[in-house]
Design a binder for this molecule. Structure first.
Ligand code: SF4
Ligand code: SF4
Length: 141
């Protein structure tokens, strides 16, 4: 068992947590496959519409707009495991594997998806951590 709680099973991200490097070839782009369904808001749909035919890649279910799944993969996942609309991808895809948790009365905190194998980089510096929080805060607006 990893004795440093910042690295092992602790989902809370802080300075010293191992930094993230995407290892899509190793994990097979796991986050772009079921059950990682991506729910989009209006701005995200409009952003995608400028680049791709949304009728081909989105599904509407009840009140939700989701990335379409084809053979258990996101419709935009290419054979080379890259996103076909990377620059305009949905917010959840931009944030992943991080997420900003905001609870009333508490300071916002960053959590990570422990299923992602990409936490293999050098320990995150204070400055890198602050930049990450700023990025996630901008996306949450
Ligand atoms: S973000 Fe994580 S889970 Fe997704 S492709 Fe990269 S390493 Fe894999
Ligand atoms: S939109 Fe792109 S990044 Fe998001 S799940 Fe689909 S392929 Fe992956």
């Amino acid at each position: 068992m990893n004795e440093d709680p910042r690295q092992g099973d602790d989902p809370v991200v802080r300075p010293g947590t191992l930094s993230f490097q995407c290892l899509a070839e190793e994990c097979g782009a796991m986050c772009c496959r079921n059950p990682y369904r991506v729910d989009l808001g209006e701005n995200e749909v409009n952003r995608l519409a400028g680049e791709v035919d949304v009728s081909e890649v989105l599904d509407e279910r009840a009140s939700m707009v989701l990335m379409r799944q084809i053979d258990d993969s996101c419709a935009l996942l290419r054979d080379d495991l890259r996103c076909d609309a990377y620059e305009v991808r949905p917010d959840g895809c931009r944030d992943y594997p991080f997420r900003l948790e905001v609870e009333e009365g508490l300071s916002p905190r960053v959590v990570r998806d422990l299923a992602c194998p990409g936490f293999v980089g050098p320990p995150m510096t204070e400055s890198e951590y602050r930049t990450l929080v700023e990025q996630l805060t901008r996306c949450a607006r």
